[in-house]
Ligand binder design. Structure first.
Ligand code: NCD
Length: 303
């Protein structure tokens, strides 16, 4: 079975025109002015992994559109008792779900669910694969500040290897011809990442990544996924931490982004996190209208 219309499983196979349509519609969404586009619908939030921003903003987005939300987390549900992903999906559908938003540690889990259910499935992050809603809200944030993707250079710095955010953002930005520079040590920014999308290159030197850069995207060093890798955090900080001094190497009006959660003192200093160029809090704010657009699209109301 093909995924139900309105599913959002990744950015890779989404057309540029559809991305722009979503971003444009998000501009019209305002959680302070609720619109009942999803009135009476039930949005189930199925989270097999920890989440703060993504879960909360999908919930606020759904409620701002008049939907009910039901949160199902792996701890405290039958998932703990060993129920399979598909059995959980069928159970939620039988309980009345109209849309399922799912975060799962395995790549492809949302896709599997979407192939077996007749309702839209939205990927809220699957393993090291994709995180489409984050890439969309980051694109929305970039456009609010830079107006166009034309001529932009984006540096993505940090744990790219484990990052579904980096993967989705590379797909998205490359569809608009953005120059993308990935930066980190070989374990976290492997050379193979250049094959991710057209227009992507890798550098080990942060000075090189920052030169002429308009947008700096920092990524969390995912300590929980580093087992078996020889990453010396002191060395990482010395070579890749975003400091106020390093920030000066980028364009004067460069913006600093991070999907969160941020680890102060590791990926960046507090001075940068709280500085005038940082959009870290703004990204979270934009998560709501962008997710309202994603949910409206899910039920065919993005008009
Ligand atoms: C990210 C995620 O879970 O993929 N966070 C998020 O959704 N805002 C990034 C991370 O965990 O480092």
């Amino acid at each position: 079975m093909n995924p139900a219309r309105g599913s959002l499983l990744g950015i890779e196979h989404l057309e540029a025109a559809e991305i722009l349509r979503l971003l444009k519609f998000a501009r019209r969404m305002n959680p302070a002015k609720p619109r009942p586009l999803l009135k009476g619908s039930r949005v189930f939030l199925l989270f097999y992994e920890a989440s703060t921003r993504t879960r909360c903003s999908f919930e606020v987005a759904a409620k701002s559109l008049g939907a009910y939300t039901v949160l199902v987390q792996s701890s405290g549900s039958s998932i703990e008792k060993g129920e399979s992903l598909l059995d959980t999906g069928h159970t939620l559908r039988a309980a009345g779900a109209d849309i399922i938003v799912i975060r799962h540690p395995n790549a492809g889990a949302p896709w599997l669910m979407a192939q077996h259910l007749d309702i839209p499935v939205i990927n809220a992050g699957d393993g090291m694969h994709e995180h489409p809603s984050q890439a969309l809200l980051d694109a929305y944030t970039i456009l609010r500040h830079k107006k166009t993707f034309k001529g932009l250079q984006v540096a993505i710095i940090g744990d790219i290897f484990h990052s579904r955010v980096a993967r989705s953002s590379c797909h998205l930005l490359s569809k608009f011809g953005v120059k993308i520079i990935l930066c980190g040590p070989p374990e976290l920014a492997p050379e193979i990442a250049t094959t991710l999308a057209p227009g992507v290159r890798v550098t080990r030197h942060i000075e090189d990544a920052l030169r002429s850069t308009d947008v700096i995207m920092l990524l969390r060093v995912q300590s929980e996924r580093l087992a078996g890798m020889k990453i010396d955090l002191a060395d990482y900080i010395a070579r890749y931490q975003m400091t106020a001094a390093r920030l000066k190497l980028a364009k004067k009006d460069a913006i600093v982004m991070h999907p969160g959660p941020i680890i102060r003192g590791l990926e960046l200093t507090s001075e940068v996190a709280d500085g005038a160029q940082s959009l870290i809090v703004e990204e979270v704010r934009h998560g709501v209208p962008v997710r309202m657009a994603i949910l409206a699209r899910a039920i065919g109301k993005m008009r």
